[in-house]
Design a protein around this ligand. Structure first.
Ligand code: HEM
Length: 466
């Protein structure tokens, strides 16, 4: 029997199958509250790659930094695409597996095979106008984010110049949703109602299934509209770059954009706010020196919004860590765990404001996030507006008692309770932030906004009071 000395000790390499290794459930209560501990235990026991049970389905979790890079950088050896999953082809993935619905919606994040490359090229082309700082679309996007952030802050301020707020529900979550509506080119504030369904889907409550159906139908309608009457928006750019895309497929890509934007960017905003409020003085100082992005880079490294990536599959039997991964086995790269790998963690100097850029929070290799600049801009502008418009923001709970929500893919704050004090508005400047001509250009008609269900929901959250 062949053995190898892994980080976790001597482990058999004699062809033990993933299923036969008795993988232990990953998503336990400990995982919810102390994920670092769970990763550490797995690392101790198995080394850099561990067999785990994901809600009844066995998978490999990649905990090692070097092994994560090895997988992410070699798309031929570790392709995505559920058609590569042996257990699924053999009918061994239960039809009611809770992760099935999110993985079976085939869009760019999940897809492998020959259709992937042209799709990625089209995504890159469609995002470019929003990410190239010289392009008018990128300037318009920035103006829009500023205007939306100001709208939301003004709404919070309706509770009084000082008070309490949940900055997650009242700012970090709705802001990217409004941005997504802008990117998608929804006419007026029409998107607001439909997009609230995205929250219902992400929160996976009892109304999630109906919400997903409504949302996909709305996005299909939007896709048809953009095909007939292209505009200056993401769906029209994607169609122009990939004219063969079916309407159904386009709707799925829009769904993907919506999910990524509204959930992950919201998490990044909340985490950055906590870092700035509760961090050392140097973080506040760097913020005032215009280094929001550097703070964000540290935050995204220490608390990656995507804690585990959707699965890839071994193209052939391949040694990884202390095991041999069999062809067709699912492999989940975990940046949450890889960033705690001593190989990586020991190189990140604690307590400095300049952080390493070698982290995996945006992915690595050919499939890394194509929207990094866009997501960073939205978050940086949002966070910047908060700290300009509020003189004081303090956490209403100690940082280590803030409530988290996790799924197998993401980890973010469930709420962000704060005490606030609005800054006084300089004389002669409207309290609502953006110059009227900018607001008119990027904001939907305000009476329509106020009638939308998103606005009614947000108005219901206004608390104020000391
Ligand atoms: C803070 C926000 C975000 C984070 C942390 C993030 C992170 C990531 C990561 C880690 C990947 C790679 C996943 C893997 O290798 O399996 C990825 C892929 C991707 N992201 Fe993002 N993302 C964010 C926001 C966005 C936004 C706003 C969009 C769209 C506008 C977006 C579009 C995509 C797409 C299309 C892919 C798939 C790329 C491919 O497979 O070729 N992301 N993202």
């Amino acid at each position: 029997m062949e053995t190898q000395q892994g980080d976790g000790g001597s482990v058999d390499l004699d062809g033990a199958r993933l299923e036969a290794l008795d993988p232990q459930p990953l998503l336990t209560r400990d995982y919810e509250t102390r994920p670092a501990l769970v990763y550490e235990r797995l690392r101790q026991r198995h080394g850099p790659v561990a067999p785990v049970d994901l809600l009844g389905v066995p998978a490999w979790l990649v905990l090692g930094y070097r092994e994560s890079l090895q997988v992410l950088q070699d798309d031929d050896a570790w392709p995505k695409g559920l058609e590569n999953w042996r257990a699924r082809s053999e009918g061994r993935v239960p039809a009611d597996w809770p992760l099935g619905p999110s993985l079976e919606v085939n869009h760019i994040l999940i897809q492998g095979g020959p259709g992937y490359r042209p799709l990625r090229t089209a995504w890159d082309a469609a995002l470019k106008p929003f990410q190239d700082p010289r392009h008018p679309q990128a300037k318009r996007l920035k103006a829009a984010v500023t205007a939306y952030a100001d709208e939301l802050i003004t709404l919070v301020g309706q509770g009084g110049p000082t008070g309490h707020a949940d900055l997650s529900a009242q700012f970090s979550r709705p802001l990217p949703l409004m941005v997504a509506s802008h990117l998608l080119g929804f006419p007026g504030s029409q998107g607001d109602d439909a997009l609230m369904d995205m929250w219902r889907v992400l929160d996976a409550g009892p109304d999630a299934e109906a919400a997903l159906e409504r949302l996909l139908a709305t996005l299909a309608e939007l896709a048809a509209l953009k095909l007939q009457k292209p505009g200056d928006d993401f769906p029209s750019y994607l169609l122009a770059a990939h004219p063969d895309l079916s309407l159904d497929h386009l709707a799925r890509e829009l769904f993907m954009l919506l999910g990524m934007t509204s959930d992950h960017v919201g998490i990044l905003i909340s985490n950055t706010v906590v870092e700035v409020i509760s961090g050392e003085g140097s973080v506040r100082a760097s913020l005032s020196a215009g280094m929001v992005r550097e703070s964000m880079n540290r935050v995204v490294m220490r608390k990656p919004p995507l804690v585990n990536f959707v699965p890839r599959f071994a193209a052939r039997d391949t040694p990884l860590g202390a095991y041999t991964i069999r062809a067709g086995d699912p492999v989940w790269v975990s940046p949450g765990a890889a960033h705690a790998d001593p190989l990586f963690a020991d190189h990140v100097a604690a307590g400095t404001t300049i952080s390493t850029r070698a982290h995996l929070s945006w992915g690595a290799g050919p499939r890394q996030c194509p929207a990094r600049e866009l997501a960073s801009t939205v978050a940086a502008v949002g966070v910047g507006r908060l700290f300009e418009r509020f003189d004081h923001l303090d956490l209403a709970l100690p940082a280590d008692q803030l409530p988290w929500r996790s799924s197998p893919f993401m980890r973010g704050l469930r709420s962000l309770p704060v005490r606030y004090e609005l800054a006084a508005v300089p004389e002669g400047r409207p309290a609502d932030g953006p110059a009227p001509e900018v607001a008119e250009e990027v904001l939907p008609d305000s009476s329509a906004r106020q009638r939308s269900s998103l606005w009614r929901y947000l108005t219901g959250l206004i608390r104020g009071g000391r």
